[in-house]
Design a protein around this ligand. Structure first.
Ligand SMILES: Nc1ncnc2c1ncn2[C@@H]1O[C@H](COP(=O)(O)OP(=O)(O)OP(=O)(O)O)[C@@H](O)[C@H]1O
Length: 281
């Protein structure tokens, strides 16, 4: 569906160098801190910036060669995208009908009602959550095959995030081949939705793993200085000094459970795993 190979982009002292892949039927998450390169990657996929190197293949073609028909198969949410604030939902329906041959206005209107979005209010007067829901709704209302969603849940409360994630789950249920590339700061969003996760830090992918494996095989070992000395470090990915000794990130939880019954082994949330990947040595 989407393949990025050795994408390079240089801005002042920022160097993006990343590869990633979204397979048909899969939801792939991109997690990273502010300024790690998520939006730059998304803009490169959509040919909104000119990369310094690498290749991006969308629907089996170089992204420079995709046709207007291919573009209709994309549903996009970018942080700075959206309609003019002076328009109302009832104004954008005819625009969308003109833009997308497969725009499903009855589905769109039903969802607008379901999420209590006002038809008659100017978008500039919408709340953050209402604007975010509208953006996602537009992306899912024209039978797209691939959604490219840059921080679609940014600024939303827990309930609004949940409603938005439900919208995406329903979109996926309609067709096995539909795929999503989604970025978020909030790893719990990605944990519940994504099949696999990429972590990006300072322009580089520092980890790529199936979500299930991250949750089942990764763990944090909490050891004192003596236990640390005695520990087999073969499967330790990162180590961080703590007041009690060390915390160690492993991707072989079972090995340490079986061989070190006396040490504290915690499953760790995805946030903790990310923190270890970034701040551990
Ligand atoms: N047009 C530009 N000119 C100069 N530097 C840029 C430009 N666009 C992005 N950058 C820089 O590239 C780096 C990555 O930015 P990017 O927006 O991709 O990060 P991000 O991971 O999306 O961050 P956030 O979560 O804050 O949106 C930052 O250091 C940013 O300042």
């Amino acid at each position: 569906m989407l393949k990025i190979e050795n994408l390079k982009k240089h801005y002042d002292n920022f160097f993006l160098e990343c590869s990633l892949q979204v397979n048909p039927g899969q939801v792939t998450g991109l997690i990273g801190q502010n300024g790690s390169g998520k939006s730059t990657t998304f803009k490169a996929i959509l040919d909104l910036i000119h990369p310094d190197g690498g290749s991006i293949t969308l629907f089996g073609k170089d992204n420079q060669d995709i046709t207007p028909e291919d573009k209709e198969k994309l549903g996009v949410v970018l942080s700075d995208s959206g309609f003019s604030g002076y328009l109302r939902i009832k104004d954008i329906i005819p625009i969308l009908e003109n833009m997308y041959r497969q725009f499903d206005s009855s589905f769109f209107i039903k969802q607008v009602q379901r999420f209590s979005l006002p038809m008659d209010k100017q978008i500039k007067d919408f709340s953050t959550g209402m604007k975010a829901k509208l953006k996602v709704l537009v992306a899912i209302s024209h039978n797209a095959q691939l959604l490219i969603l840059d921080e679609p849940t940014a600024g939303l409360d827990v309930i609004a995030r949940d409603e938005l994630l439900d919208m995406l789950r329903e979109f996926l249920e309609e067709d096995d081949e539909r795929s999503i590339l989604i970025s978020s700061h909030i790893s719990s969003d990605l944990e519940s939705l994504c099949d696999d996760l990429y972590m990006i830090h300072d322009g580089k992918i520092i980890l790529h793993e199936d979500t299930d494996i991250l949750l089942s095989n990764y763990a944090l070992l909490k050891v004192d200085n003596k236990q640390y000395e005695a520990l087999d470090k073969s499967y330790i990915l990162r180590v961080k000094k703590e007041s009690y000794g060390y915390s160690c990130l492993t991707n072989e939880r079972q090995y340490y459970l079986e061989n070190y019954p006396n040490i504290t082994i915690e499953a760790g949330s995805i946030d903790e795993l990310i923190t270890m990947m970034i701040r551990g040595k």
